[in-house]
Design a binder for this molecule. Structure first.
Ligand SMILES: [Zn+2]
Ligand SMILES: [Zn+2]
Length: 310
C-alpha cells in the first residue's frame, strides 16, 4: 500500500511519509483529502457495479459480520465435537478446514468493505476529519485506535501483526516509542505461541481521524491529567461495566474475525487501566485486547455511547 499504513475501523487512517510532500500541516491535510478523493472515485465505481447486482441498504460490513458469525457457529460445533470425542472423522476435518478458509475469505472482504466505508465517509464529510502528526503529545490518538487494527506487515511466522504497546501499570504517561507490532500468535497456547514483534515506525506518521472526539483535542498529558481525579474514574468504571459481556463490533478477533466481548479481570486492584479487556467469544480462543490506557477506554465508551470519558 505504501501511502496508507493502516485503516482503523473507528474511521481513522494512518499515513506514512506525507510530511515529505509538504512541511505544512494544513497543506498536508489538503494533500490527504485529495488523495482520498482519488481512491474514493475508483472505489465508488466498483461499488456502483456491485450494487447493480445486489442492492443492500445495510452496510456491507454488517452483512459480512453476520456471515462470519454463521461460519463460526458451524466451526464451533465441530471443535466441540473434537473436544468431546478426542478426534474428528476425515470428512469433518475437511469441513473444518473449509470453514476456516471461508471465514478468512469473508474477513478479507470485510477489510476491503471497511476501507471503502471509511474512505467514502471521509470523502463525503471532509470537515468532520482532522489530520494529526504523531508525536509524544499525540500518542493518545494512536492509543485511541488500538485493537482495531491489523497492520499491513506480517510476522516472520507468516501471521498478521496487530498494534500493541507496553504496559504502564504505574499509570505513567505513554510515549510513542512504547508502541510496536505484535504477532497475533502471542496469545496462543505455548505450543503454537509466537512472540514475534516489529518496530512500529512512528517517524513521519500522520493520522486522519474524526474531529468530533473531545479526548483527541487534548494533548496526551492533558488527557492523562483530566482522568486523574478519582470521582471521574469511578464514574467511568460504572459506565464501562454496563457493557460487560457485550460485543464490540469494532474489535474483531484476528483468528476468528468475530467481535470481541468485554470482560472484567477477576483479581484487579481497582485501577481502571488494568481492569477490563476484550476477549474473543470463540470456544477456547485465547485472543484478547486489554483496555490498558485512558484513550482506549475513551474509545470503547465512544463506540458504545457516542461519548468518551469526559
Ligand atoms: Zn509470529
Ligand atoms: Zn478468536
Amino acid at each position: 500500500m505504501g501511502f496508507i499504513e493502516a485503516i482503523f475501523s473507528a474511521g481513522a487512517i494512518v499515513m506514512k511519509a506525507i510530511r515529505t510532500v509538504n512541511q505544512i500541516t494544513k497543506t498536508v491535510h489538503q494533500v490527504t483529502k485529495n488523495y482520498i478523493n482519488n481512491i474514493v472515485d475508483e472505489r465508488f465505481q466498483e461499488r456502483a457495479k456491485e450494487n447493480q447486482t445486489a442492492p443492500s441498504p445495510t452496510p456491507v460490513t454488517v452483512n459480512i459480520q453476520i456471515d462470519i458469525k454463521k461460519i463460526d457457529l458451524e466451526e464451533t460445533e465441530l471443535e466441540k465435537k473434537r473436544a468431546r470425542d478426542g478426534l474428528l472423522k476425515r470428512t469433518d476435518l475437511e469441513k473444518l478446514e473449509e470453514l476456516k478458509k471461508q471465514s478468512d475469505d469473508q474477513f478479507e472482504q470485510w477489510q476491503k468493505a471497511k476501507t471503502q466505508e471509511v474512505v467514502a465517509e471521509q470523502a463525503k464529510n471532509p470537515d468532520a476529519y482532522e489530520t494529526s502528526f504523531l508525536n509524544n503529545d499525540k500518542a493518545h490518538i494512536l492509543q485511541f485506535h488500538m485493537g482495531q487494527v491489523v497492520l499491513e506487515k506480517r510476522c516472520g511466522c507468516g501471521r498478521p501483526m496487530f498494534l500493541q504497546h507496553k504496559n504502564r501499570p504505574d499509570g505513567s504517561l505513554f510515549m510513542l516509542n512504547d508502541f510496536f507490532g505484535s504477532c497475533i500468535g502471542y496469545y496462543n497456547h505455548p505450543n503454537t505461541q509466537c512472540k514475534g514483534t516489529q518496530k512500529f515506525g512512528t517517524q513521519d506518521i500522520s493520522l486522519m481521524h474524526k474531529a468530533n472526539v473531545f479526548e483527541l483535542k487534548l494533548s496526551n498529558l492533558e488527557l492523562h491529567k483530566s482522568f486523574a481525579p478519582r470521582p471521574v474514574q469511578i464514574m467511568v468504571i460504572d459506565r464501562v461495566r454496563e457493557h460487560l459481556k457485550v460485543e464490540n463490533s469494532d474489535v474483531l478477533c484476528p483468528i476468528h474475525h468475530v467481535p470481541m466481548v468485554l470482560r472484567e479481570k477477576r483479581n484487579h486492584l481497582d485501577v481502571v487501566v488494568d481492569m477490563f479487556y476484550l476477549q474473543c467469544p470463540h470456544f477456547g480462543c485465547q485472543q484478547l485486547v486489554k483496555l490498558k490506557s485512558v484513550a482506549q477506554i475513551a474509545a470503547f465508551l465512544h463506540h458504545k455511547e457516542g461519548r468518551g470519558i469526559l
